[in-house]
Design a protein around this ligand. Structure first.
Ligand code: PAF
Length: 286
């Protein structure tokens, strides 16, 4: 059975002891509901770490009042089993009161990158996420921390805060893990009805097609987005956003002459899905 640590001080002591013994320690932050994407993330850490900590904490501060916080009922036993199977050495699962004790008053806010896209649709989400990730990184003191590219805006926000706050950790991102039909793995996929599940892979298909065509016609991206929006809507999605942004700054693009990403958030019934696809420049593809 994998050990479970609940206190920040216990976690820090354990990681410090491993590091003192010469082990490289990796942190994989999660909100539980572990799936094969998390397992791939945990397995990937093994290339660069002898010890792997998986944090499981459903962070109330990154959910809005009408969001699906209550749909994350913790199944800790299942998550611990999944983490162990994927190769973790320790689960860190603090209580909400350990993360945000009475009197807690600090928020980490990353200007710019947190605005727009999911930041516009989910006010306060990135402040809550940035705050808990900062705390997790400082509590663990691991040498590396690993994130998935599916949450691409989150990844850029985390990179920025680590650089700005001089947090001594190496960040790693791993590519999105997909089902055979292209659907990006997500804890939210389990809420899709069979009918919605049948539609959901269209999102990745449309993003991939936009990315391919944007590389070929980098100056004509507005019609691609309009067409993509229409295709998704006709398929049954409610599109929150479908945009092409600079891959580093997330600035809106009018052309694709620098590396870019096509990013989308859509709803299928009550389920919100996000996904993104890289758009290499023609030179990068050659
Ligand atoms: O991507 C997630 O699961 C969460 O946003 C994270 C990084 C664990 C912070 O709560």
């Amino acid at each position: 059975m994998l050990p479970i640590e609940r206190s920040p001080t216990g976690l820090r002591a354990m990681v410090a002891a491993w590091r003192a013994d010469g082990a490289r320690v990796a942190l994989v932050p999660t909100m539980g509901a572990l799936h094969d994407g998390h397992a791939a993330l945990i397995r990937a850490t093994r290339a660069e770490a002898e010890r792997v900590v998986v944090s499981i904490f459903v962070n109330p501060r990154q959910f809005g009042p009408n969001e699906d916080f209550d749909r994350y009922p913790p199944d800790e036993a299942a998550d611990v089993t999944a983490a162990a199977r994927a190769g973790a050495d320790l689960v860190y699962a603090p209580a909400i009161s350990a993360m945000y004790p009475s009197g807690y008053a600090t928020t980490v806010s990353v200007a710019g990158l947190s605005e727009g896209l999911c930041g516009a649709q989910r006010p306060g989400h990135f402040d809550g996420m940035a705050t808990v990730v900062t705390k997790l990184l400082l509590q663990a003191g691991a040498g590396s921390a690993w994130f998935g590219e599916k949450d691409y805006q989150q990844w850029l926000v985390v990179r920025r805060l680590v650089a700005d706050l001089d947090i001594p950790v190496r960040l790693r991102a791993v590519p999105t893990v997909r089902e055979a039909d292209g659907l990006a793995l997500s804890s939210r996929n389990r809420f899709l009805s069979p009918g919605e599940r049948a539609i959901a892979p269209r999102l990745a298909v449309v993003l991939h097609e936009i990315a391919t065509r944007a590389t070929a016609t980098p100056d004509a991206i507005a019609p691609l987005l309009a067409e993509g929006h229409a295709v998704l809507t006709a398929a049954g999605f409610k599109v929150e956003y479908l945009e092409i942004r600079d891959a580093e700054t997330l600035a809106p693009c009018t052309t694709c002459r620098a590396p870019a990403r096509v990013l989308a958030a859509v709803r299928l019934g009550s389920v919100r899905l996000i996904d993104n696809w890289p758009i290499p420049t023609a030179a990068q593809r050659a």
